[in-house]
Write a protein that binds this ligand. Structure first.
Ligand SMILES: [Zn+2]
Ligand SMILES: [Zn+2]
Length: 103
């Protein structure tokens, strides 16, 4: 049984996913962020349009200057069945901000 669906966030989600997510360029201008949801553990695939950026990588250090930092809001898109989820929804409801920087 998976956790009940709940739209929730936690400062810790961003910290944990910076260490576990990977950013892979799947085609020019599109980077896919992949990793386990910090709430339910389901694997998520988040395509991000990089636009003028060539590619993006996850920003892992704190306190260091980031010349081209970008904040990407993400929400869990796991394939689990989470009880209480609205019809047509996906994921467990966890959301947070991923910090990305130009690579
Ligand atoms: Zn899940
Ligand atoms: Zn989740």
């Amino acid at each position: 049984m998976h956790e009940a669906y709940e739209e929730t966030t936690d400062d810790d989600y961003a910290v944990r996913t910076a260490g576990t997510f990977t950013a892979t360029e799947i085609r020019p201008g599109i980077v896919e962020l992949t990793g386990p949801c910090p709430r339910c553990g389901g694997i998520m695939h988040i395509p991000v349009v990089t636009g003028t950026y060539k590619s993006l990588r996850l920003f892992r250090r704190s306190g260091a200057p980031a010349p081209a930092e970008r904040i990407e809001p993400v929400i869990c898109t796991c394939a689990h069945e989470h009880p209480g989820r609205p019809d047509g929804g996906v994921g467990c409801g966890a959301y947070w901000l991923l910090r990305l920087t130009e690579s």
